[in-house]
Ligand binder design. Structure first.
Ligand code: PLP
Length: 387
């Protein structure tokens, strides 16, 4: 009976607001006609507000990884050296894509419980002055770590040469839920996807380019066709995509971006911080170890280390089957060692209360010593103190 009420508390895809689903059900229009051109122009303008850029934003039919691949293929030539911040699964994905496109990849591996230290970025670039681009992950969904993109951007000028490599940021699980002032922070390229903080079903990916990155498109020598961003720029000038876009998802995106604008971006960011603080307080009150410290705590997803003696995968199964809350597991080397609570997109404080209640029930059923209500009470405290 409650199949349609499962709470998706995973770091994407996220629940889609009914308003957005209704928009996705609008009649299909001619993607080369005036109505779609108007829609495309409006959505592009709305996206500029979210990326906080005056640059181009390409709308690609594909998941977030398509946007990552587009960024690599269009900004790096074979043989060029890139530095990749590898603090989790998605940082590793940047490295894999860059290698697939022939780049010489320098992996900067750091503790998965932490973000990348800006001073260390400066030191690494000083040691590798021929790096042409730095690939970073804004929010590491696999660990619940948020990097300080503003500070990383500021740290990337190579003192000896005065040169500054491109900064390319994966904000798939942060854009719309955490600030990212692309132009002000001088980030050259940002990629994202529809199915996380943007509250749209999976299937659209986005690439925003600053002026330096846009200039690189013409210089890069790499194979590309469907993801050739030059084609997207050319078509965008006419208010179109180069190929048949996912028209229904573009309708959905327009509606979701309108919702975000109605709420106000600053308020949306604050709502995400509130959810983070509620979840962290609740988890702590239950005596469960948080995977990351306060400094790096993500506003969109929280990772919880499996406590001694708890079978994390059995616990997740039980919470889903008996209490209707879907938690995410660990990825890669963290599989079976952590679980993750997604708190991004169409979610608010009350959703955090019910997620914590289900976690408490699940722990109790698993025989883990837990005082029912203690996590919920701690989260309520945070909520009640919130402006
Ligand atoms: C930080 C991050 N980057 C990239 C991706 C890849 O996106 P997709 O699965 O849509 O290809 C994800 C998806 O979970 C993500 O969280």
């Amino acid at each position: 009976m409650f199949e349609e009420q499962v709470q998706l508390r995973i770091p994407g895809p996220t629940p889609v607001p009914p308003r957005v689903m209704r928009a996705a059900a609008k009649p299909i229009v001619n993607h080369r006609g005036a109505v779609f051109r108007e829609l495309y122009r409006e959505v592009t303008e709305q996206l500029r507000q979210i990326f906080q850029t005056s640059g181009d934003v390409a709308l690609i039919t594909g998941s977030g990884t398509a946007a990552m691949e587009a960024a690599v293929a269009n900004l790096v030539s074979p043989g060029e050296k890139v530095l990749v911040l590898c603090g989790g699964k998605f940082g590793e994905r940047w490295a894999e894509i860059a290698r697939a496109f022939g780049a010489r990849v320098v992996e900067w591996r750091y503790d998965w419980r932490q973000g990348a230290e800006p001073e260390e970025l400066a030191a690494r670039l000083a040691a590798e002055p021929d790096v042409v681009a730095v690939f970073a992950t804004h929010n590491e969904s696999s660990t619940g770590v948020m990097n300080d993109i503003r500070a990383l951007s500021a740290a990337r000028r190579v003192a000896s040469t005065g040169r500054r490599p491109l900064l390319v940021v994966d904000s798939v699980s942060a854009l719309g839920g955490a600030p990212l002032a692309m132009d002000e922070w001088e980030v050259d390229a940002v990629v994202s996807g529809s199915q996380k903080c943007l509250m749209v079903p999976p299937g659209l990916s986005l690439v925003a380019l600053g002026p330096q990155a846009a200039a690189r498109l013409e210089e890069t020598r790499n194979h590309r066709y469907y993801l050739d961003l030059r084609a997207y720029r050319k078509a965008a000038a006419k208010g179109e995509g180069p190929y048949t876009p996912a028209v229904s998802l573009v309708h959905a995106l327009q509606e979701a971006l309108s919702m975000l604008a109605e709420e106000g971006l600053e308020k949306a960011y604050a709502r995400h911080r509130l959810m983070r603080d509620m979840i962290r307080a609740g988890v702590k009150a239950l005596g469960l170890p948080l995977f990351t410290g306060e400094r790096w705590a993500s506003p969109t997803v929280t990772a919880v280390a499996g406590p001694e003696g708890l079978d994390v995968e059995a616990f997740r199964r039980l919470v889903r089957q008996q209490f209707g809350v879907e938690l995410a597991g660990g990825q890669g080397e963290l599989s079976g060692r952590i679980f993750r609570i997604g708190h991004m997109g169409y979610a608010g404080p009350l959703d955090m209360i019910s997620a914590l209640a289900a976690i408490e029930q699940g722990l109790a059923k698993m025989g883990y010593p837990v005082q029912l209500g203690s996590g919920v009470a701690a989260a309520q405290e945070v909520w009640s103190r919130w402006g």
